[in-house]
Design a protein around this ligand. Structure first.
Ligand code: SF4
Length: 331
């Protein structure tokens, strides 16, 4: 690992000052992704600004009935929070489906939002990868791309975003609060992660000196009946082939409210707005759920290795909505 300076700021103001005055600096929370990337030589910060100990580790009620989650709240603590389990079960389930218990005990909410793709070529310095080395090419396009994206892809990159938590946050219209020496900014989670386009190396709508300090969840009544369903190659400690975060309200056989987001299929948590639009007002039937899924997936661009994801995503969407129609939410 390349040598780096280590800074331990006393407060948030000192943390953002430290990064603003040290180009090439990186914030570190739980370190569960950044340390791996530094070991592999993918990330090479000159300075690491350790956020441990800053007062960003609480979950507070908001006046409107939502929750404000500090960026340093551990994934395991957030998943276990009774308010999250009761009001946003899809979020608790999503977190518990990710990584291992040990990693969830270390990983923070802010770090989870900013974790980087697990595309194997991105981690392989001998491979061509436009995300790691812009302009070098993309070995995944004609390589082993079983786990890669089918929505929002470009000819420069077909990597997926690996987070489960972020899929639920996108479905819940969560908002990220960021701090820098220029002040405070609020960014909808749906806008935080970028699609690859011609610049897959630019992954976030976030400047390098901006620190995520909190995530706010608005009140989402339909989320009380919600679920996160993850399909993967083994039962634990695996990234999603496809995942679905869904919430549904059904009255007299008709859908009156719906939230839907997909994971494992795009470079960002994929909010399925077209499917939501078709679901609301329609019958709560498998046929209707299938039509909504088909509409959302119509724009898929597949490769031989990942073409199966379209049918898998359709089936997972339909199955999750069917469970919710029958009150299948558990946290
Ligand atoms: Fe790199 Fe993206 Fe291609 Fe993977 S899919 S090799 S991350 S450019």
């Amino acid at each position: 690992m390349r040598p780096f300076d280590y800074v331990k700021p006393a407060d948030v103001a000192a943390a953002v000052r430290a990064v603003a005055t040290a180009p090439g600096a990186k914030f570190i929370g739980g370190g569960t992704n950044l340390v791996d990337l530094m070991r592999e030589g993918i990330e090479t910060p000159d300075t690491v600004v350790d956020l441990g100990g800053l007062p960003l580790d609480g979950v507070e009620e908001l006046p409107d009935g939502g929750l404000r989650i500090g960026a340093l709240v551990r994934n395991s603590a957030l998943a276990a929070d009774q308010r999250v389990r009761g009001r946003y079960p899809m979020l608790s389930q999503a977190i518990l489906s990710g990584a291992s218990a040990q990693l969830r005990n270390m990983a923070t909410v802010g770090g989870n939002l900013l974790q980087r793709t697990r595309c194997p070529y991105f981690y392989d310095q001998a491979a061509a990868c436009n995300k790691r080395a812009p302009g070098s090419g993309c070995d995944a396009l004609d390589g082993f791309n079983r786990g890669h994206a089918v929505l929002g892809v470009s000819e420069q990159c077909i990597a997926t975003h690996p987070s489960d938590m972020c899929v639920a946050l996108a479905a819940l219209d969560a908002v990220v609060e960021v701090e820098s020496v220029r002040g405070t900014r609020r960014i909808p989670v749906a806008d935080l992660h970028r699609l690859p386009g011609a610049t897959p190396d630019v992954e976030f709508e976030l400047a390098a000196d901006q620190l995520i300090t909190a995530v706010e969840l608005p009140p989402v009544p339909v989320a009380a009946n919600s679920r996160y369903r993850k399909v993967r190659d083994r039962a634990s400690y695996a990234f999603a082939l496809v995942s679905v975060a869904a919430a549904l309200e059904v009255r007299d056989g008709a859908v009156t409210a719906a939230r839907l987001a997909l994971g494992g299929v795009a470079a960002k948590p994929w909010r399925a707005r077209e499917a939501e639009r078709l679901l609301v007002g329609g019958p709560a039937s498998e046929e209707s759920f299938g039509r909504a899924a088909d509409a959302e997936l119509a724009a898929a661009t597949v490769r031989p290795g990942n073409a199966f994801k379209v049918a898998l995503a359709r089936a997972t969407i339909v199955a999750t909505l069917r469970d919710l129609t029958h009150g299948g939410s558990t946290a």
